[in-house]
Design a protein around this ligand. Structure first.
Ligand code: FES
Ligand code: MG
Length: 572
């Protein structure tokens, strides 16, 4: 059913014969538009997270023009609305502090302007969930346009992957196996085109999740940013959103419980970033869908890891794209997905992946040759994490998955940085490194500190992995036996706050447990003596964040942002 032009939301701004619409039309003329250029056409807001400090989105100025080209072709009227860019490399203390701010901005930009539908331009980690959360709450038709991965990095004959190889070669530099000159050459070769991180980090995971949710055009998420196909995908996205507005295809029809289960399944098959757990729970909350940590564990247990991409595997996103991309991966998953789920393309997921083929079975594995038969991620609970925590099993060491060892505790990052390489640090390969004060409130913003460095003296002795536990997150490009997202966090009085050096901690991944082996009466006495840390910020956004952010198991959204719906603004 095609809507009539008078039913467009923007008609309220432009269509009436009153004083206000006179103002809107005269101001459109001021911008150089005659009424016939926009009258009766869907107004498409292009939310562009371009910035001169976001290297992953450097191509977005051009891409916005390509989206506009598509919108014009389909008979729409495009307007570009700049939105806060969340730049993973540059923004401190962490972009996670601002994901909800972008979500609020996206929602209110759409609500307050004469817009009928939106194209969301994101890709660098938090931009994807931030934009989708906000646009979902607003409820207008939208298509997500993924930034696309950057091309592979290179150092001599070595292929370099974002993040993962930074950590790897930093350890080599710390132990003296590469020179300062090598390190500088790696710096020059690891990021050499537009686009987001090209390992299976948070960016690749979340753009794939968005496509699996049905929010992008089929096959969009893996197209490298620098490929001409990416520009063509942007034009097609512009064309499609105009039709979506006429069809009045709203996010509520796409973002069903089945769509979220599909997204979680795809994340597991990709060996995706643990950050996706937090983001998908928050996105589901906006769509009114119940998604819990236990859902992730349940899906993980039945989903094989098929994508051979770093850090869990060997290849990079351009290889994945050439091997067939997400459509090919989803067709391998077959019956593990709900193929009847509707997508923004106007078709079902099943229709979108029909005919997709795997061109390189080493990159996209068949289920009989999976990287792991199941279990990319495990959700654990126990006396140290009553509300849960997560571990990326596909990036962990098998011999540490059942381990008991004495805790070495760090109170915040400064304490960690000052002490970790000290010669007198009482630590060995069996120790369990614990970092606290790094959660949503404590960090603040739950920084990606969860891949705690291995103490230098152990690194030199050949120790490459240890059990590490924190209330922090971890970059999707990281690896190691790192227990993350411990909830409640220490700053909120979680048991993590009570751990002391030497306490025995038991990790049991097969049993899905994380326990602090300290008698109850001793813990009660410690709790009695515990005092919450003073708030870090007395005013401004940071103060609001600390008051309203939910814990990791609830997605770290603000408590007042769940769900959707708010009155349309009055126009007078
Ligand atoms: Fe932008 Fe990794 S820095 S995606
Ligand atoms: Mg990242």
């Amino acid at each position: 059913m095609r809507r009539a032009p008078e039913e467009l939301r923007s008609h309220r701004w432009f269509g009436a014969g009153d004083l206000r619409s006179f103002g809107h039309r005269s101001r459109a003329q001021q911008m150089g538009y005659d009424a016939e250029e926009y009258t009766g056409r869907p107004v498409i807001g292009i939310l562009n997270t371009w910035s001169e400090l976001n290297p992953c989105h450097t191509h977005f100025r051009e891409r916005a023009e390509e989206v506009k080209r598509g919108v014009w072709q389909a008979g729409g009227f495009p307007v570009e609305l700049p939105a806060m860019s969340l730049s993973e490399p540059f923004q401190k203390p962490t972009t996670m502090l601002y994901r909800n701010m972008l979500a609020m901005e996206a929602e209110e930009l759409l609500r307050s302007h004469p817009v009928d539908g939106a194209v969301l331009m994101g890709g660098c980690d938090k931009t994807t969930p931030g934009l989708v959360m906000g646009a979902t709450s607003m409820g207008l038709p939208f298509v997500f346009l993924p930034a696309g991965p950057m091309l592979p990095g290179r150092w001599g004959t070595e292929v370099l992957g974002s993040g993962s190889d930074t950590w790897k070669y930093w350890d080599h530099k710390r132990t003296g196996t590469i020179t300062d000159e090598d390190w500088r050459a790696i710096e020059g070769g690891i990021a050499r085109s537009p686009g987001h991180c090209m390992t299976m980090g948070t960016a690749s995971t979340m753009t794939a999740a968005a496509e699996a949710l049905g929010l992008s055009l089929p096959g969009a998420s893996s197209v490298p940013a620098a490929f001409s196909g990416h520009a063509r995908m942007a034009v097609a996205t512009g064309r499609r959103i105009v039709d979506m507005v006429w069809e009045d295809l709203r996010p509520g029809e796409v973002l069903t419980p089945a769509a979220f289960t599909n997204a979680v399944t795809v994340v597991m098959a990709l060996g995706g970033s643990t950050n996706s757990v937090i983001h998908l729970i928050a996105m589901a909350g906006r769509a009114g869908v119940e998604l819990s940590l236990d859902d992730f564990d349940a899906v993980s247990r039945r989903t094989p890891v098929l994508a051979n991409i770093r850090p869990s595997g060997a290849y990079l996103m351009a290889d994945f794209h050439d091997a067939g991309g997400l459509r090919a991966l989803m067709s391998e998953l077959g019956d593990l997905l709900d193929l009847d789920a509707r997508t923004v393309a106007g078709t079902t997921l099943g229709e979108n992946i029909a005919g997709a083929a795997v061109h390189d079975p080493d990159v996209i594995r068949g289920r009989d040759r999976a990287l792991a038969p199941e279990g990319a991620l495990a959700v654990l609970r126990g006396s140290l994490a009553p509300d849960g925590c997560v571990l990326k099993t596909s990036a962990a060491s098998p011999h540490l998955l059942q381990h008991t060892g004495p805790a070495v505790v760090f109170d915040g990052y400064d304490h960690l940085a000052a002490r970790i390489d000290a010669d007198d640090l009482d630590v060995d390969a069996d120790s369990v490194l614990v970092l606290r004060g790094a959660g949503p409130i404590g960090g603040p913003g739950m920084p990606e500190w969860g891949q705690l460095p291995i103490p230098e003296k152990l690194l030199r002795a050949g120790v490459s992995d240890m059990v590490r536990i924190s209330d922090a997150r971890m970059s999707g490009t990281s690896y190691g036996t790192c227990v993350l997202h411990v909830a409640p966090e220490s700053a909120a009085g979680g048991p993590l706050a009570l751990v002391r050096d030497g306490d025995l901690v038991r990790l049991d991944v097969p049993g899905r447990r994380l326990d602090l082996l300290v008698p109850d009466d001793e813990l009660a006495a410690r709790r009695e003596a515990w005092r919450p840390p003073a708030p870090q910020q007395a005013r401004g956004y940071g103060a609001m964040f600390a008051r309203h952010v939910t814990q990791a198991d609830r997605g770290c959204d603000f408590d007042f942002l769940a769900g959707s719906g708010a009155p349309e603004p009055a126009i007078h």
